[in-house]
Design a protein around this ligand. Structure first.
Ligand SMILES: Cc1cc2nc3c(=O)[nH]c(=O)nc-3n(C[C@H](O)[C@H](O)[C@H](O)COP(=O)(O)OP(=O)(O)OC[C@H]3O[C@@H](n4cnc5c(N)ncnc54)[C@H](O)[C@@H]3O)c2cc1C
Length: 462
């Protein structure tokens, strides 16, 4: 059979798309969701059950529906969770909310479109003129759909050092993907840990370690040693900044800094900028965007992607006690000593000196890859067939403002959409729920209108 729409992916983007397609498509339509994640809809972010793995966005902004902002807060209250709109709920609860919300939309079976969940990974795609797109799946089957939304998320970033430069004896103590949490259970209480990366993933992993009674030193090494800022306990009102005419990054940053100094809490200006961020990004030239990525990104990330206040407090205590040591520099090599421990050598930032520390574990917390396509054989196959093009800064794939995929010749690919971080080249701010939910609704509405136009009259009015 040929589905009306196939959603490829199994994280938040896929679940938000599925729910919105169920809202907009009539019962005669058919949807396939192709995903390889057993906890469908929870993805890496919302699969955790650890209470200190908290959302980094207040509960009031995490509803799946942009037009029903209280949906998540009400779900929490119905379950007796005393969470206020401005609180940072647990990511595990958010995963359950997603599961329940999807289940509620699947219930009225007779009055909704058909949905088939296919547990598989799409590995390649072959165009087929009349029938839309046909995918090969890693379970040996194939699947065709007239409309497709690619919602593949991002892969895990690689280590900041070639694996060849890590002594081979250390393979068993090197954790490339920390989200496979199995590694935590192998850590001894006094083991020393080397974490590469100092962002949100690092904080999650350090707190998980400490919660299981780990006492050893954690060395955190990143190029700048910058750590995410905290959300305040009481959120200040957002103040929309006045943007200058100039789109030079240095002028923009200077102006934002100046305005942040005039308010009580700099976060109000940052929060006030948020609704303007996508338009601001789209008004920058490629050269200006590239300058932003080269010079401002690490600063942007720690101010923009903040952590819940109590999570930040707990982490800061560990730093103050000297249990977490933050190093700024560039890793040079990782050798094994006579006891099989790692000796990590790095050049210190801003100096010519080389420093070193020992560790029992090497853990990659460099976070998510800026989407790109390196993590996905499917995207590479589609690129090779001329179906998709990388955006100029290699942040993801090229799409238009309606999230429709644009091919290498600049024409919109009929019936092919992308959602989530893959579209960062066009939208920049598109990795978190408040933005993806808006995109998912718009894509589903737009694609559903097309599908309904082409459905036989009987199915359309059903
Ligand atoms: C630890 C962590 C915490 C976060 N916390 C927050 C938060 O508090 N608030 C917030 O708004 N955002 C948060 N985020 C951002 C988060 O990325 C988004 O909220 C959202 O989960 C992104 O969903 P996604 O579906 O686009 O991507 P993903 O969650 O990455 O899901 C993509 C899915 O597609 C599957 N897939 C990939 N390729 C294929 C293929 N070829 N065939 C089939 N399936 C495929 C993958 O296996 C994966 O399951 C967090 C992210 C992380 C990693």
């Amino acid at each position: 059979m040929t589905y009306d729409v196939a959603i490829v992916g199994s994280g938040f983007s896929a679940i938000a798309l599925t729910i919105n397609f169920l809202r907009y498509l009539p019962p005669g339509a058919s949807i396939a969701v192709i995903g390889d994640d057993p906890g469908f809809g929870r993805g890496t972010a919302y699969r955790t059950e650890f209470y200190l793995h908290r959302l980094n966005v207040p509960a009031a902004r995490m509803s799946v529906f942009p037009d029903k902002p209280d949906d998540f807060v009400e779900w929490l209250r119905r379950r007796g969770k005393p969470v206020f709109a401005e609180d940072f709920a647990s990511r595990g609860d958010y995963g359950l909310y997603l599961r329940d919300t999807l289940a509620a939309h699947l219930k009225p079976r007779a009055q909704r479109a058909q949905v088939d969940f296919i547990r598989a990974k799409a590995t390649s795609c072959i165009t087929c003129e009349e029938e839309g797109l046909t995918f090969r799946l890693d379970n040996g089957t194939g699947l065709s759909a007239r409309n497709v939304v690619l919602a593949l998320g991002v892969g895990t970033a690689s280590l900041p050092i070639s694996e060849r430069k890590i002594a081979s004896e250390l393979a068993g103590q090197t954790v490339i993907n920390p989200w496979r949490l199995g590694w935590l259970s192998r850590v001894e209480p006094d083991d020393e840990i080397c974490v590469f990366g100092s962002g949100l993933t690092m904080i999650d992993q350090v707190l998980s370690l400490k919660a299981q009674g780990h006492r050893g030193i954690v060395h955190v090494l990143s190029r700048r040693g910058l750590v995410p800022q905290a959300h305040p306990r009481r959120r200040p009102a957002a103040v929309a900044p006045e943007l200058p005419e100039s789109r030079e990054i240095s002028v923009l940053l200077h102006e934002l800094r100046k305005q942040a100094e005039t308010v009580e809490d700099w976060r109000s200006v940052f929060d006030g900028l948020r609704p303007q961020t996508q338009a601001l990004w789209q008004s920058l030239s490629d050269a200006q965007r590239s300058r932003f990525l080269r010079h401002a990104l690490p600063w942007w990330s720690i101010h923009r992607h903040r952590v819940a206040p109590d999570v930040h407090e707990r982490f800061s205590e560990l730093v103050a006690e000297g249990i977490v040591k933050i190093h700024a520099g560039y890793v040079r090599d990782i050798e094994a000593d006579a006891d099989g421990r790692a000796v990590v050598t790095y050049r210190q930032r801003g100096r010519d000196t080389v420093a070193a520390f020992d560790a029992d574990w090497i853990v990659n917390c460099t976070g998510m890859e800026r989407a790109g396509i390196g993590h996905s054989p499917l995207l590479q196959a589609m690129r090779d067939r001329g179906m998709i093009a990388m955006d100029p800064l290699r942040l993801g794939i090229t799409v238009d403002n309606g999230s429709r995929v644009v091919g290498p010749d600049g024409t919109v690919q009929r019936g092919l959409y992308a959602a989530g971080a893959l579209t960062a080249g066009q939208f920049w701010e598109i990795t978190a729920v408040p933005d993806i939910r808006v995109q998912a609704e718009a894509v589903a509405r737009q694609a559903a209108e097309e599908i309904i136009r082409r459905l036989p009259q009987q199915a359309r009015s059903a």
